[in-house]
Write a protein that binds this ligand. Structure first.
Ligand code: PSU
Ligand code: MN
Length: 307
């Protein structure tokens, strides 16, 4: 199995030396943001993680390998190549066996992180139960992955293109704790509110690290959602975003969009409709998640080594 993974030197050294590492996904680069903002964001989050004393590992599938850590030209390829496929758990073996290039979603990045021995992962927002999911059965594989794979996912909540209430119910059923990092309300990506509460509020990285360490010591498999609201200064109005989201959902229905195309379609519709504003917010929240994830990775290392 190990021969399927390729590490950059920086990531291999960190993992061998038991130093804190933070995983990053590539779907957000290839399918979540336009060029050149996506490549700027990808490099910037890596810088932020290093500044906080951890090592970034951006993950993608390429040449039949799981790349754990991407060099500059590989990052550039994920940011520009239109043939990059979106890879979730289902698509993982197909993309590897054909040697195609695939950007990993939250679910696929968790799988790769677990294989590599990385426990903390920073992203933008997780997938979830879609609105009207009770009839379409559109439930992101991110949720089933969180139920089974031992990785903490730091995110700005879930976009309200989803049914946030049902998403939280699913996570509860599957035993995935939803921690509010310095917040009581589960955030909705662009906004700091959603109308739903988190399970527990924790105000410091050490607290999150202790919870993680204990959860996994107890043999309670599965991940953790760390909900880290977008910084106040970059937050958008919840009601305003709701209008755009309803339009996006109508349009998706009209065009008969289904399967893995749903989320990218909604995201790009919202981006078009809100212009640059939502992109700025998106970048701000990802930066913030990278910083928080690095702090948690460092704290987890300290808990483990008893420092
Ligand atoms: N939600 C966002 N931005 C994103 C995604 C979700 O606000 O970029 C991406 C993530 O990679 C996530 C994936 O894992 O979409 C979920 O896709 P699906 O709903 O098809 O499982
Ligand atoms: Mn789906």
């Amino acid at each position: 199995m190990k021969e399927l993974l390729t590490f950059t030197e920086e990531v291999r050294d960190a993992l061998e030396g038991n130093r804190p590492v933070v995983a990053l996904e590539t779907t957000i680069i290839s399918h979540g943001m336009p060029y050149p903002q996506n490549i700027a964001m990808a490099k910037n989050v890596e810088r932020i993680i290093r500044e906080q004393g951890a090592v970034p590992a951006t993950i993608g599938l390429m040449d039949g390998r799981v790349k754990v850590g991407l060099n500059e030209s590989e990052l550039e390829r994920f940011a520009t190549d239109r043939s990059v496929e979106k890879v979730s758990r289902r698509d993982f073996p197909y993309i590897l066996s054909t040697g195609k290039i695939g950007a990993t979603t939250v679910a696929a990045t968790m799988i790769a992180a677990r294989l590599a021995g990385i426990e903390v992962f920073a992203t933008g927002g997780i997938g979830g139960v879609h609105r009207e999911g009770e009839s379409t059965w559109d439930v992101s594989a991110d949720l089933t992955e969180l139920a089974r794979t031992k990785v903490a996912v730091v995110c700005a909540g879930a976009k309200s293109i989803l049914d946030i209430g049902r998403t939280l119910e699913y996570l509860e059923t599957h035993g995935v704790p939803v921690v509010g990092y310095r917040c009581d309300e589960f955030p909705s990506f662009y906004s700091r509110e959603s109308g739903y509460r988190v399970d527990y509020r924790i105000d410091d990285a050490e607290g999150v690290a202790k919870l993680l360490d204990l959860k996994w010591k107890l043999g309670l498999e599965g991940g953790l959602v760390v909900a880290n609201p977008v910084p106040e200064a970059a937050a958008l109005d919840f009601a305003e975003m709701e209008n755009v989201i309803v339009q996006a959902l109508d349009e998706a229905k009209r065009l008969g969009i289904a399967g893995k195309a749903v989320t990218p379609f909604l995201l790009s519709y919202i981006k078009e409709t809100t212009g640059g504003k939502s992109l700025e917010t998106n970048i701000a929240l990802v930066n913030h998640n990278a910083e928080t994830a690095a702090n948690i990775a460092v704290a987890l290392q300290a808990v483990r080594t008893g420092r």
